[in-house]
Structures are given as structure tokens and as C-alpha cells.
Write a protein that binds this ligand. Structure first.
Ligand code: SF4
Length: 361
């Protein structure tokens, strides 16, 4: 198959669905790690077509959802500073901090906040506004980090000194290990994230398969991709195998993207990072190296991140751990809706609560 429409074609998906039904030998639970998978599964209605006993659980793979309330508070503190302009991808704009207020509110009160479509756009903003310090909010997993690394390199090489990045970047395998260490989380397989894997390579999940005896399959994001990955997972589970397979070979290799990995290593170093719902996870984040400290907003402003409360009543933490489903949250659909979100899982276009609200359970 060559064109995206083909990967969405019902006539081509039907035999895959039949094969999935044939491949299932017992009930099993699979965690789809990535927020893009969650949305794709809901949007295509796949959940309602799955064989009986096959359950998909959403994991911690929406970068906006796992950004901690204390990081949001730090961002809001920067937005209030004189001569600071915040640049960000749109999803974070309406995520509330511990006070219940967001960058959308700060912007309405006069803070300079710009939504950009690429980190390089924020560098351009810095060039156009030399009297301000432009801070780009670095939120995302391995997929977004190389572009931000390239932007920091470009800022250094072109001597754009009024540019910095607030890094809350996270890396994927460590939170999965933290989740899998919890005996309450009973899962049989992982649908591993396609775009993250295009950078880190399918080999990154080998330790998970070996340590936790877990079937791991990298999948793409169209219905045919997801069905193919689920077939491989079902076959592994039926054969009691625990290995890494790649059902997204048109984008993902075993080794990943060496050039992107090199760029990220040049700019960033691993650090312990706080995740919403999951707490502090060792070496699960990326901080800007001292050699690029001039472009590190956290160091430039000496920001101290304080522990922050989650929005009252919000169950995002339990949902991100795969322990609850959005309808179990008492605020779901009443006090918390996409128009008036209480927590990030309802704000983000990849959030599980937003997916449930939009497409139904
Ligand atoms: S429905 Fe709203 S309040 Fe409840 S967990 Fe989801 S985001 Fe949080």
C-alpha cells in the first residue's frame, strides 16, 4: 500500500479484522502507549470492532497530559515576567496550572504568548523581537526533541541570544518500566508508539520485552497499521512469546534515526523528571547541557519548580497509569468538558478524556 487512503480503506481493513479475530486465543489487555494511537483508535471506531475479551488501555503517551502541574506553574511564572514572550505548540495553551489558570488566561491579561507550528518559528519570533526574550516551551517525547535540538543549534550558530527553551522533554521507555513495575497493572502487550520509535528504533523496547515478558509491537497510526500491530500482538500472546516486532516498517527501523539521536545527545542530557500522575521517574527527562546553558530558560531565570496540587477531583493521574477510564472521573462530561477542561487529559487533542468525550467509550 502506498497512499494514506488505502490504510483507511474499510474493504482492506475487513480481512485484517477477520485475521485479528482468528488470532485471538484468550482474553488480553494491551496498552496503547501513544496519545496519537489513542485518538486514531477512537476516531476509526476500532474499539467497538475488537474481538471479545481484547481490551485496549490508554497509557502515558500524551506529552501535554503528562506535563506536571508544577511545570505549568513554572511556565505561568515566566509568562508574567517583563519582556518575556512565550512561544508554544497550541495544545498546552489551555492546560491549567495548580491555580486553575492557564496560559490562555495569562494571555488575556496581557502576557505575550504566541502559538507556533515549529520550534524554528519561535526562533524567528526572537529575531523579530530583539527587545524581548522568547522562551519556547519544549514539551514532547523523542519525536519533537530533534527539531528543538536543531533550533537551539541554529540559535547558537546565528547568535540569536534572546532565545531560550524551557525543557520538560521526556523520553519513553523509563515511564513504561515505572508502570510495569506496578503489579496492579495487568497487561499482556504494548502497542509501541510509531513516531517515537522512528527516532529511537524498535530496539528500544527490547529490555521491556525481556524484563517484563511482554509482547511489544511498534505500530503506525492508520486503522490498517493498528490492526496489523494487534494481529502480531495477538499471535505473540497466543504463542506465549515476548519479543519486539515492527509493524510500521515504512517509518521505523530497528536502530532508529542515528542523526536525530546524535543531535539530541549534543544538546540534551538525561535527568530525573516529574510526570503528572506518575511522579518523579529517574532519567525520564532531558535537560539542556551546560555547554548550551545560555539557551536554557530554567537556568536563565533560575526557576524553582515547587510541588503543585493536581486540579481538585481530576483523575488524570489514574487514567495516565491505565488504572481508570475517563467515565470513572466524577467530573467527566459535567464540570469537565473540552470547552471547560479541568485537567490536561481533556484539553489535549491526544488526551484520553477528550477522546472519550468526542467519540464515546
Ligand atoms: S474528565 Fe477532566 S477532571 Fe476528569 S480526569 Fe479527565 S481531565 Fe481530569
Amino acid at each position: 500500500m502506498k497512499y494514506v487512503d488505502e490504510f483507511r480503506d474499510q474493504a482492506l481493513a475487513a480481512p485484517l479484522l477477520e485475521e485479528l479475530h482468528r488470532s485471538v486465543s484468550r482474553p488480553f489487555r494491551v496498552m496503547e502507549v501513544c496519545g496519537t494511537h489513542t485518538m486514531a483508535i477512537f476516531r476509526s471506531g476500532l474499539r467497538s470492532l475488537l474481538p471479545e475479551g481484547v481490551k485496549l488501555i490508554s497509557g502515558p503517551g500524551c506529552p501535554v497530559c503528562v506535563t506536571s502541574a508544577s511545570h505549568i506553574d513554572g511556565i505561568l511564572a515566566m509568562a508574567e515576567m517583563d519582556n518575556v514572550r512565550i512561544a508554544l505548540f497550541g495544545d498546552l495553551f489551555r492546560v491549567p496550572g495548580s491555580s486553575g489558570l492557564s496560559l490562555a488566561h495569562a494571555s488575556s491579561q496581557g502576557a505575550r504568548v504566541d502559538i507556533v507550528y515549529s520550534p524554528m518559528d519561535s526562533l524567528e519570533l526572537a529575531r523579530k523581537n530583539p527587545e524581548e526574550l522568547v522562551v519556547f516551551l519544549g514539551v514532547g517525547f523523542e519525536t519533537t526533541t530533534p527539531g528543538i535540538a536543531a533550533t537551539i543549534m541554529a540559535a547558537k550558530n546565528s547568535h540569536v541570544d534572546n532565545f531560550a527553551v524551557f525543557s520538560t522533554h521526556k523520553v519513553m521507555p523509563p515511564p513504561l518500566m515505572a508502570l510495569l513495575d506496578d503489579p496492579d497493572l495487568q497487561i499482556d502487550g504494548l502497542l509501541c508508539p510509531g513516531h517515537v520509535s522512528s527516532i529511537i528504533g524498535a530496539r528500544a523496547y527490547q529490555p521491556l520485552a525481556e524484563t517484563y515478558k511482554l509482547a511489544c509491537v511498534v505500530g503506525g497510526f492508520e486503522p490498517a497499521d493498528i490492526l496489523q500491530a494487534l494481529i502480531l500482538l495477538a499471535r505473540q500472546i497466543a504463542r506465549k512469546e515476548a519479543k519486539v516486532e515492527n509493524a510500521y516498517t515504512r517509518a521505523v527501523s530497528w536502530q532508529g534515526n542515528a542523526r536525530a539521536q546524535q543531535m539530541v545527545n549534543e544538546i540534551f542530557q538525561p535527568v530525573d523528571m516529574e510526570w503528572r500522575g506518575l511522579g518523579m521517574i529517574p532519567e525520564s527527562g532531558l535537560a539542556i547541557r551546560d555547554s548550551y546553558a545560555h539557551f536554557d530558560a530554567e537556568k536563565r531565570f533560575d526557576i524553582k519548580l515547587e510541588p503543585a496540587e493536581e486540579p481538585k477531583g481530576c483523575r488524570c493521574g489514574e487514567i495516565l497509569k491505565g488504572k481508570e477510564q475517563p467515565p470513572q472521573c466524577p467530573l467527566f462530561g459535567s464540570r469537565c468538558t473540552p470547552t471547560n477542561p479541568v485537567g490536561p487529559c481533556m484539553v489535549s487533542s491526544e488526551g484520553t478524556c477528550a477522546a472519550f468525550y468526542k467519540y464515546g467509550g
